[in-house]
Design a protein around this ligand. Sequence first.
Ligand code: HEC
Length: 293
Amino acid sequence: MKSAYSYLRVIGYLILAFLLFELTIDAGDKMAIEAYPIIGLVLLVILFFAIAFEAIIGTVRNTMYRALSAEAKERHDLAKQEREAKRFKKLKAWYHKQLDSKPMEKEETIVLDHDYDGIKELDNNLPPWWINLFYLTIIFAVGYMLYYHVFDGPTQEMEYDREVAAAAIAVEEYKKNNPDLIDASSVEMLTEESDLKAGKSIYDTNCAVCHRADGGGGIGPNLTDEYWILGGDIASVYNVVAEGGRSGKGMIAWKGELNPLEMAQVSSYILTMQGTNPADAKEPEGDLYVPEE
Ligand code: HEC
């Protein structure tokens, strides 16, 4: 016995199985079916079983129906008709109420006297679903107007600024959590108090022995003047810190000991010492570095 309900049930079983898999199997960010393609196969098997199940039930019903006496068949058919009429009765009633259209038999009561080459026009009521939606938009408009124009809700510009600010914070956060993203080509001068503080403490522990605590220079060159052997912009400084100076001079590569963020912090800290002019500083070495505009 094929019926639309059989098809619906089979689809229903499938959706249910699919949802069960998705809800019970933890596959991280992916969908379970993406992470475990075997689920697709399982669903296929379930599909076959569901079809077989429906087919068997249908056949059993059919056979039993045929075995009935004529009288019993009639009773059965009547009961079935009744059941079908009752099914979704409320829903159907509600649906018709929302349409509020005249049944075809009564159409002559609402036909207008316009006649366009034999085409006539009916004067149906506006459907209630449409009118209700319309009222809803009016209520919404009142709320909208009060919120934005009377009680000064945020303008688009304010919302934009707020989102940009939130995004900037998220970017900062992301950079902090992914320090390895920085390299000599992307490094930027860090200006946050916390970064410079971290830079200073890295400098004091690792660099002060050779460059002096105040940057005036010792074994290594003076870092407070405008003269640089290897370049005075943040990218060059970062590069020296990461890769070391010229070979044999004593400035090692720090990328093995410091992570990229730490190297960016200490490089930024060094550049804040520019022009501090400490006492007994080492003579300038290298070339005058003039920052580009
Ligand atoms: C063992 C001593 C020593 C230590 C420790 C040391 N440096 Fe150096 N540094 C040097 C020497 C020597 C040079 C010069 C390299 C050259 O001439 O190639 C130098 C050069 C530099 C330069 C380039 C200066 C220029 O004029 O271009 C920077 C920047 C620098 N060091 C930063 C650091 C930082 C940051 C640290 C700590 C993480 C550090 N150094 C630790 C010895 C040292």
